[in-house]
Structure formats: C-alpha cells, structure tokens
Design a protein around this ligand. Sequence first.
Ligand code: NDP
Length: 292
Amino acid sequence: MTQILDGKALSLRIKDEIANEVRAFAATGHRPPHLAAILVGNDGASQTYVANKEKSSAEVGFLSSVYRLDENIDEAELLKIIDFLNRDDEVDGFIVQLPLPKHIDEQKVINAISSDKDVDGFTPVNIGRMVLGQDAFVPATPMGICTLLQRYNIPTEGMHCVVVGRSNIVGTPAANLMSRKAFNCTVTMCHSRTRNLPEITRQADILIVAIGKPEFVGADMVKPDAVVIDVGIHRIPDASKKSGFHLCGDVKHSEVDSKCSWVTPVPGGVGPLTIVSLLQNTLLAYKKKYSL
Ligand code: NDP
C-alpha cells in the first residue's frame, strides 16, 4: 500500500523542535536567531516564497527582515547591501531570493555572500564543503529531501537512486548527498540530454524528480514499489478554483501514486521541508557564531 511522505506534518514537528531550542536560548539571555532575505523586483512566486519564509521565521521565534529592492537596482548597489549584511552582527544568515533580474550576474551575487551566513548553501565554499563531506550549509531543498527520508526511516543503503534534473540548487546537490555514506545509494543523474530516460527511471528504487515540467513522470517511468520524491511545483490555471489555479508537481500523481511504496504529495511534500531546512541552517549559523 502506498504511504505518504507527509512534508507538512513533519515540518510542523521540526518547527516545534526549533522553537523549543530558541526558547531555551532566550531563557539563558540570548537574542533570537535572525534570518534576512533580499527580494529584488516584483515576481509573484518570489514574493510568496519570501512571505512564507518570514511567516515560518516568526513561528519559530526568529527575527526576520526583508530587503525589498527595485527590479532596476544595479548590481553594484546590490553587492553593497550584501556586504552590509555580511558584516551586520545582528544577522545570522541571509538569502538572496532567486531568480534575479537579467541585468544582474546571479553567480557574482551568490559569490559575494559570506559562507558563514550562506544559509541557502549556494556559495562555492559551502557546495565544496558539502561535496567533501565537511561541515557545510546544505542547499535547502536537497536537505529537505534528506530529512524526509531519514525521519521516515526509508531504507537507502545500496539502493539505486535516480535523480532527474541537475540544477545547482536541487538535482546536483541531491545526487551528491544520496551518494554519500549517510545514504549509501548508487546514484544515476539524468538531464535533458539523457537517452532512454524511462528505461533509467524504471530502475530507480528511489526516484527524485526535479525537472520543472508539470506531470512529466508517468506510471510508465516508475518501478513498482519505488520511493518517489517530487520536487516540482507548478501553478496551473484552473477556473474552478477560487485562487484561479491549482498546484501540481513534476510527477503525474493520479497514475504514479498507486505504484509507489512511498511518495511525496504536491503540495505538502518537499516544499514545507525546504523552508524548514532554511530555518535549521539559520539556527546552525547562530549556534556556530555563539558556540552554543
Ligand atoms: P531547473 O530548471 O534549474 O533545472 C531543471 C533540470 O531538469 C535541468 O537539469 C534540466 O536538464 C532537467 N530537465 C529538463 N527537462 C528535462 C527532460 N525532459 N528530461 C530530463 N531532464 C530534464 O529547475 P530546478 O532544479 O530549479 O527546479 C526543478 C523543479 O523543482 C521546478 O518545478 C521548481 O519550481 C521546483 N522547485 C521546488 C522547490 C520546493 O521547495 N518544492 C525548490 C526548488 C525548485 P539540463 O540541465 O540538461 O537543462
């Protein structure tokens, strides 16, 4: 029988754990952890993500601040704000919400973030440390996937994990993490130039899908009893909904779910764990700073 990897319920439990730690620090006279975010422009999805991060920060007792910047801001000005946050002792970690407007060099901006405050885990230093198996801030989405597998005690040792998608923020770090000793999977990474994709995905004991294509993975691409992690999230226009849209993932759940042993729903799977991972990284940055 298919079981649900319930990211929403797990995220509430982990938020409770974080809030308890924050309360314990407050009881010994420490200020709360502080997560800042830089939001450039008016992209609707980015605004929603940042608002959710603010809300979740408040729920666990963190301080949060958002730098809302005009979409025409020049790169030098943005780099100045990053430099300010790097040196601000009251900020433990910060993120730059992606994507950035086209005239700004995204990698240059990421490279400017202090690795000690890079709670998104996107800087070359943190990526390098993660690949070497050293202490690092791990990118939030792959970290959320790891947390789901670990907290649900999903067996991974010796399993064939197929990751579809090789982005720097999801597929590549997810493939690396699943191959390391904490999971001991044998990993295959696929991308848009992979030949015979269904043939490969059908070999997966654990299938992680992060391609950004609505309902791309159907039942013909999934092995019976596989564990399926759907990272994708899409707003599909839907006149029957009050909001005018419904959400779906990269996996066609109507046909895939009944075939899986475990599956993440969309929404309520990987998404809530992504935010929780950001909070966990911020708490880690704070604890490191004060040697707590
Ligand atoms: P990107 O667009 O950066 O990367 C997509 C990857 O999928 C690329 O590596 C691309 O290959 C590969 N790909 C595209 N089409 C195919 C195909 N037909 N067959 C095989 N591989 C393909 O996306 P992200 O990694 O940033 O995000 C993926 C999805 O996850 C999106 O829906 C996004 O919204 C969602 N997301 C959800 C998060 C959450 O918290 N739930 C967080 C982050 C993302 P190539 O490299 O060759 O182009």
